[in-house]
Design a protein around this ligand. Structure first.
Ligand code: BMP
Length: 211
């Protein structure tokens, strides 16, 4: 089974479906984020599933009070999403509201440089939250393999470590898999390349070479 997740951050429905279809063979799942939801609407989830048969991760990064998180998550799961990504820093009750409705992935540390300012100092607590709630997985930074290794070591076995930041942000698939990541998220290096299928295949092979 593939460990590669495509971050499909394009606006247009046709382009999204075309890229999804030609890369599907090398993917475990497709992650959609606000750009595609704003550009094409939530119905894109059903269409992507029809075209690829793959699980869909809705990266809506929920970070609100429990009631608002619930109102949003309900519609996103109803639209066919298999997983939702939620922020943990808003507190356990807000995350629980999402988890009651479906499989949840909690952000414990982000991949961009600014994550060092406010998120990294609370990563420890967010790992504890993920362990207590036993979420499907957590988001950890592929740009800092040493942090992926640390987060993996503190997480209960079975909680998946899912890492964005490979390619455009500088992370290397091979390194981060060695550091203990279960899944690698790649966006621009696939959808922004001249041959998305070939780019997906190359990253897939790189991961296969390690596992
Ligand atoms: P790219 O490979 O083009 O950098 O895309 C990474 C994807 O992962 C984007 O959808 C981004 O919003 C998301 N992401 C991230 O890059 N870092 C995080 O810490 C959390 C994310 O969800």
């Amino acid at each position: 089974e593939s460990r590669l997740i495509l971050a499909l951050d394009v606006y247009e429905r046709e382009r999204a479906l075309e890229i999804a279809e030609c890369t599907a063979e090398y993917l475990w799942a497709i992650k959609i984020n606000w750009p595609l939801i704003i550009g094409s609407g939530l119905k894109i989830i059903t269409e992507l599933k029809q075209v690829t048969g793959l699980p869909i991760i809705a990266d809506v990064k929920l970070a609100d009070i429990p009631n608002t998180n619930r109102l949003i998550a309900r519609k996103v799961f109803e639209a066919g999403a298999d997983y939702i990504i939620a922020h943990g820093f808003v507190g356990r009750d807000s995350v629980e509201a999402v988890m009651e409705l479906g499989e949840t992935i909690i952000v414990v540390e982000m991949s961009h440089p600014g994550a060092k300012e406010f998120i990294q100092p609370v990563t420890e607590g967010l790992i504890e939250l993920a362990n207590e709630l036993e979420s499907f997985g957590v988001i950890a930074p592929a740009t800092r393999p040493e942090r992926v290794e640390y987060i993996r070591s503190k997480l209960k076995p079975g909680i998946r470590v899912i890492t964005p930041g490979v390619g455009a942000q500088g992370g290397k698939a091979e390194e981060v898999i060695r550091a203990g990541a279960d899944y690698i998220i790649v966006g621009r290096s696939i959808y922004g390349s001249e041959n998305p299928r070939e780019s997906a295949r190359r990253i897939f092979e790189e991961i296969e070479g390690v596992v």
